[in-house]
Design a protein around this ligand. Structure first.
Ligand code: ADP
Ligand code: MG
Length: 694
């Protein structure tokens, strides 16, 4: 008997090769397949008479095969299978390319369903080309219905997937419906079993809609419940309360070379207030690139350090960790704090040379006040004496796991957590994904900065752009050139960036100093290049996106993005954020690989890039993107670490997001009720276990 756990290899007709393809799709068990939802449907539900199909563009017919035969096309060397089919109303010519086996499967006299598009051939007249076919039966799978289309690999056909899904579909009946009945009733949701059946082989559009609503509800509701649970858990923990040292903080702020923006003040205030509580802070600080999040964090850090406690600051890359170490050490120069840097390649403090072992020791006895680093900070060997504030920068929010790691030694209190991100997320989305967090938003950019001029560049304009770049560099500015990852096997993008380097340094700007930065360089090499760039010893820095985030070189005013269509909006936005960090006018030039390509896909890409050009700030871009987004392309979710949770729901499902949020909140308000739902609790726990919030 097939169960959810039955390996896919035990299904009928699954050999090694199908199993391998399935594995590529992440499907190992029958259960995985059950939850592999179609991503769209072809509507072949209406069965037409041939006469009527001829006046439509596409659809299904039920017809009898009169003739079928293969022949080789004279020009192109391909096999063509030709058939003539008919019903009571008319007859029609059918053509298949390169499917010679069809002439064996389909026999004259047989009744078949054929579904596809009618094309008009000048010579032969109307014909149905490459239609889906299915020998007549009571309930067809591939024709004569809303036909599911699954994401697949090139070597696994839709027919194969449908055949296998049909085999395991009885499993849907056994799916435990963990959603409490009252909620189902209140929101008119169909049962889980029926939803699972209908999502694969819908009876009609109405039921498909209901199935989709139910499954979306599931996903979004689980996220909301998880958020509420985490929120509650954090509320039940104790944190060390940090009172604001008003005078000292004031004088620190006054010593800065600039005035804080109102947004920065407000965010600082919210954080400082959180620190004064006896429950841990759990806050997300959102602000455009360059909006000045670091200084806001620095004020919070200073406050905790002045109280004599430890602080940890985690950056996503070594380069960024080093940059922060340098900048923040400078910022805190007049204070006696011992500040350390810990990454895989670099270990030091602001006071002395040291080794990893010594550093870890100093950290564990509390001699180090403030440590900045990468993921090394949450490794097992890293132990704190008294960690009171933990910050992540430009990274996913603190996940459950990271929290556990950071708090494992100090059992009597939990640190305050602050996550920072430059990924602008629309409010409704933030409430879904980050429902467990309080959110502060820096909506202003420090004054005096000019908006970045962004342009899509046609191939014939590239020369001019290079000329312009040269001029800017003559005037003392610097430029970035970013290359996309071209070959997926080349994960660090080394190949494309090296080619670009050769072209730029030898052909285009032989007289300028060009730097090259990619993920395979040693960290000392990287640091040297970054240092040279920030000291303007390098005019143009060519890099991969490995070094995408947060780097601060205010003198750089040009960003050229090669193969811009290969980047997501969020990524483009982050890349562009490397410039425009001073009072100089900055420019972002988007080079396209396939400019002149007029396909629908290319048009879509250009439209997408247009948003980047028009949006005034990240939040506006995010909102616009949400409004106009096509299926599947979700701004910011990649970074959010939630993409695994959202198979069918979209962040644009605002209505369901609202409903699930409300429902989850209400359940938690009546905690006693909540206890009555053992299935639900089991499901949420499962979901927490399987989520790896990086
Ligand atoms: P991000 O939010 O991207 O982390 P940063 O904190 O790196 O931004 O700040 C970007 C730059 O703006 C830094 O050079 C910083 O010193 C500067 N800055 C921050 N706040 C202000 C302000 N209120 N006025 C002027 N410059 C500021
Ligand atoms: Mg930053």
């Amino acid at each position: 008997m097939i169960t959810i756990k039955t390996p896919i290899t035990e299904l009928t007709k699954v050999g090694k090769s199908i199993a391998r393809q399935m594995e590529k799709l992440g499907i190992k068990t029958a259960g995985d397949l059950l939850f592999h939802y179609p991503f769209r449907y072809d509507d072949y539900s209406e069965i037409f008479k041939i006469k009527d199909l001829k006046s439509k563009k596409s659809g299904t017919i039920k017809a009898k095969i009169n003739l079928i035969a293969n022949h080789r096309s004279p020009r192109k060397k391909i096999i063509i299978t030709e058939a003539i089919v008919s019903d009571q109303t008319d007859s029609l010519k059918i053509i298949w390319f390169n499917q010679s086996f069809l002439a064996k499967i389909l026999k004259p006299g047989q009744e078949v369903y054929l579904a596809g598009k009618i094309s008009h051939d000048e010579y032969y007249g109307l014909q149905l080309t490459n239609p889906s076919y299915e020998i007549y039966r009571q309930s067809p799978l591939h024709t004569g219905r809303l036909v599911p289309v699954y994401s697949s690999t090139t070597r696994l056909s839709q027919k194969q997937i449908r055949f296998l899904v049909r085999q395991i579909l009885p499993l849907a009946q056994e799916a435990e419906d963990w959603l409490p009945r009252e909620i189902r009733t209140k929101y008119e949701l169909i049962s889980l079993s029926f939803a699972l059946e209908q999502i694969h082989f819908p009876q009609n559009k109405k039921w498909l809609e209901k199935a989709s609503r139910r499954l979306k509800f599931n996903e979004l509701f689980l996220i909301q419940m998880r958020n509420q649970l985490i929120k509650q858990k954090i509320k039940s923990q104790k944190a060390i309360k940090i009172n604001l040292k008003t005078d000292k903080i004031k004088s620190f702020i006054q010593s800065l070379p600039f005035k804080l923006t109102d947004s920065q003040r407000k965010a600082t205030w919210e954080i400082v207030k959180d620190l004064e509580k006896e429950t841990p802070m759990n806050r997300l600080l959102e602000g455009d690139v360059g909006s000045g999040k670091t200084i806001v964090a620095a004020i919070a850090i200073l406050n905790v350090l002045l109280a004599g406690h430890q602080v940890a600051y985690m950056a996503p890359t070594e380069i960024l960790a080093e940059q922060h170490f340098k900048n923040i050490s400078k910022l805190f120069k007049k204070y006696p704090f011992k500040i350390a840097l810990l990454t895989r390649g670099k270990i030091k403090t602001n006071k002395e040379e040291t080794t990893k072992q010594k550093l870890l020791k100093m950290l564990s006895v509390g001699e180090i006040n403030f440590i900045i680093g990468t993921h090394s900070l949450i490794q097992e060997k890293t132990k704190f004496k008294n960690l009171v504030l933990a910050i992540t920068d430009e990274q996913h929010r603190f996940g459950v796991n990271q929290r556990a790691l950071l708090t494992r030694q100090s059992s009597n209190h939990s640190p305050h957590f602050l996550s920072m991100t430059a990924t602008p997320i629309p409010r409704s989305v933030a409430l879904t994904l980050y429902g467990d967090l309080d959110i502060s938003i820096i909506s202003q950019i420090p004054p005096g900065r000019k908006p970045i001029i962004t342009k899509i560049i046609k191939p014939k304009e590239i020369k001019n752009i290079y000329k312009f770049t040269k001029l800017e560099i003559k005037n003392g500015r610097q430029a970035f050139i970013t290359c996309p990852l071209i070959d997926p096997s080349d994960k660090l993008g080394v190949k494309s960036v090296k080619e670009e380097y050769k072209k730029i340094s030898e052909e285009i700007f032989p007289d300028l100093k060009i730097g090259l930065l990619h993920g395979r360089l040693k960290s000392e090499q990287k640091e040297k290049i970054m240092k040279d760039f920030s000291e303007n010893k390098i005019n143009i820095l060519i890099s991969t996106t490995v070094v995408e985030v947060g780097i601060d070189v205010p003198n750089a005013s040009i960003m050229i993005i090669e193969g811009a269509e290969r980047f997501g909006l969020a990524q483009l936005y982050q890349l562009r954020g490397r410039i425009g960090r001073s009072s100089f006018q900055s420019y972002c030039f988007l080079f396209l690989e396939n400019e002149g390509d007029l396909s629908a896909q290319a048009e879509k890409t250009k439209k997408r890039l247009q948003f980047l050009i028009q949006a005034k700030n990240g939040f506006e871009l995010a909102e616009k993107d949400l409004e106009l987004r096509g299926p599947g392309e979700i701004f910011g979710t990649e970074q959010s670490g939630f993409s695994n949770d959202l198979k069918i729901a979209k962040l644009s499902d605002i209505q369901i997001i609202k409903e699930t949020r409300e429902t989850a909140k209400n359940l938690f308000k009546n905690a006693s009720d909540f206890k009555n739902y053992p299935l639900l609790i089991k499901k949420i726990n499962e979901s927490i276990r399987t989520t790896h919030l990086e």
